[in-house]
Write a protein of this length. Structure first.
Length: 133
């Protein structure tokens, strides 16, 4: 989790310095990929507690990194986006590990393509549902 947190903050710092998109989720997924051997050993028998720990840790790293992006309000929408992105990364890594022996790093371009529009649409849907009660 510390490596993922460090990568999240480094990616946020690069983005704040350059003003360019630093493929934030891909950077974090790359950090997850660096621990692939451990994840391959633990995730297949996970009862959900490891997945939850990883997702919550990544979400908190995203929240901390968001301060560098200028997100300071802690709004519900912002928390939803961070949670969605965190769970997407962990879910993608877990599924990739269960389906193929190929390295997670190979999945990063596919993840980028998939995640590009889904996160915003899902956050909007969840917020609309909650406002309806």
């Amino acid at each position: 989790m510390e490596d993922i947190r460090t990568e999240s903050l480094a990616s946020a710092e690069r983005r704040s310095l350059t003003g360019e998109d630093d493929s934030f989720s891909s950077s974090v997924l790359g950090a997850v990929a660096r621990h692939e051997e451990t994840l391959r050993a633990l995730l297949p028998s996970d009862d959900g507690s490891l997945t939850k720990c990883l997702s919550e840790g990544i979400e908190e790293a995203f929240m901390e990194a968001a301060l560098r992006f200028g997100e300071r309000d802690g709004s519900q929408e912002h928390r939803l986006r961070c949670a969605y992105a965190a769970w997407a990364i962990v879910g993608m890594a877990a599924r990739w590990i269960s389906l193929t022996p190929r390295p997670i790093s190979e999945a990063i371009p596919q993840f980028e393509l998939f995640a590009s529009g889904v996160s915003e649409q899902s956050s909007r849907y969840l917020l609309e549902r909650e406002s309806q009660g």
